[in-house]
Design a protein around this ligand. Structure first.
Ligand code: ATP
Ligand code: MG
Length: 327
């Protein structure tokens, strides 16, 4: 597979080991997962499967429930109902330690790196090698090995993280999460704050993770990034599943329509185009969580080009604000 992830015509070549990772049993399988915060239904009856060697993008507008889903897997919040099956076993994730011990690594958006410490110190923070005397040499060797596996472009493992670029910092955070040999890695908006070249670097890294057989969940608001690396994309809308799509079979317009809810018939599509949908949404779905109407893949035809509200790169910027969706 060859993809232009830079938008500048630079081809990035990857070899996906399994053409259809879905053919194998999923590493992660969530069924009927719901989560309320008081009166707010953050997630309702969510199903999600992720397989080894597969990148699943988790997309949705602000307040759709993406972070809540991730926090359930990371052991930050318990779910109210539903099951989580990981690596073939039903599991209950009470704490972040439970999550890590299962083999789930979560890289949160703020990365939680220590700016004043070096790359190697950040990688081994809290799990330094050599209990009595730090084995600096071995830690440095292992750091290089890990970074080389990821084809990371880090100038030195002894420089402070503060002097790295955004993409390099993201790389260090991802590398750190890999030290526990996880089976699933969750990346929350890994390219949100990055420029074009750094984004390409991080997307390359995501492809390396897949090649190494990891299951990857990537949250993103950027459809170009999603299209560049994801095998499948799961859309959340107002806390519900609103379609799971194989990336090869879905257009950006269809994805944006699933995200914004401008999906179902020609009338809604036309209304969305003229901006009338924004008003209809505001009047019709006030106070509800779950205006989502489609629980499966792309049933209908694709929208004509330019149909969906919001620019392709910025699905969250569409003109149709959603009730109950304020962060
Ligand atoms: N700790 C909390 N307490 C109360 N409500 C919460 C809490 N966390 C999330 N919510 C609510 O749950 C819903 C889903 O929020 P969540 O943060 O999961 O959305 P998101 O898809 O990650 O959005 P964004 O793209 O803005 O990050 C929102 O309505 C939010 O206000
Ligand atoms: Mg979020």
């Amino acid at each position: 597979m060859s993809k232009d992830v830079t938008g500048k015509g630079e081809a990035v070549v990857s070899t996906v080991s399994a053409e259809r990772p879905e053919a194998t049993a999923p590493v992660l399988s969530m069924r009927g997962v719901s989560k309320h915060f008081g009166a707010v239904a953050a997630l309702t009856d969510i199903d999600l499967d992720v397989h080894a060697g597969e990148v699943v993008a988790l997309v949705g507008d602000n307040g759709a429930g993406k972070s809540t889903l991730v926090k359930i897997l990371a052991g930050v919040h318990p779910q109210d109902t539903g099951t989580v099956n990981f690596d073939g076993k039903d599991v209950t994730i009470h704490t972040p330690v439970d999550s890590i011990q299962l083999g789930i690594a979560t890289v949160f958006q703020d990365l939680a790196l220590c700016d004043n410490l070096s790359v190697v110190d950040n990688l081994f923070l809290g799990r330094e090698l050599g209990p009595w005397r730090l084995n600096e040499v071995e830690m440095e060797v292992q750091s290089w090995k890990l970074l080389r596996q990821l084809s990371a472009k880090i100038p030195s493992v002894r420089i402070a993280v503060a002097s790295l670029s955004g993409g390099q910092r993201q790389t260090v955070a991802i590398a750190r999460s890999l030290l526990g040999s996880p089976k699933l890695i969750i990346l929350d908006e890994p390219t949100a704050a990055l420029g074009v070249a750094q984004t390409a670097e991080v997307l390359n890294l995501v492809e390396r993770l897949r090649e190494n057989g990891l299951a990857v969940i990537m949250i993103s608001h950027n459809m170009q990034d999603v299209k560049a690396v994801a095998d499948r994309v799961a859309v959340l809308r107002l806390g519900k599943n609103n379609g799971t799509f194989r990336m090869k079979e879905v257009s950006t317009d269809e994805l944006i329509a699933a995200i914004t809810g401008a999906t179902d018939n020609v009338v809604t599509q036309r209304a969305a185009q003229t901006g009338a949908a924004a008003a209809a949404n505001a009047a019709g779905t006030a106070g509800t969580v779950g205006g989502a109407d489609r629980l499966d893949g792309p049933g209908g035809g694709s929208l004509p080009p330019g149909q969906a509200p919001g620019s392709p790169g910025q699905p969250g910027s569409g003109p149709a604000p959603e009730e109950g969706a304020a962060p």
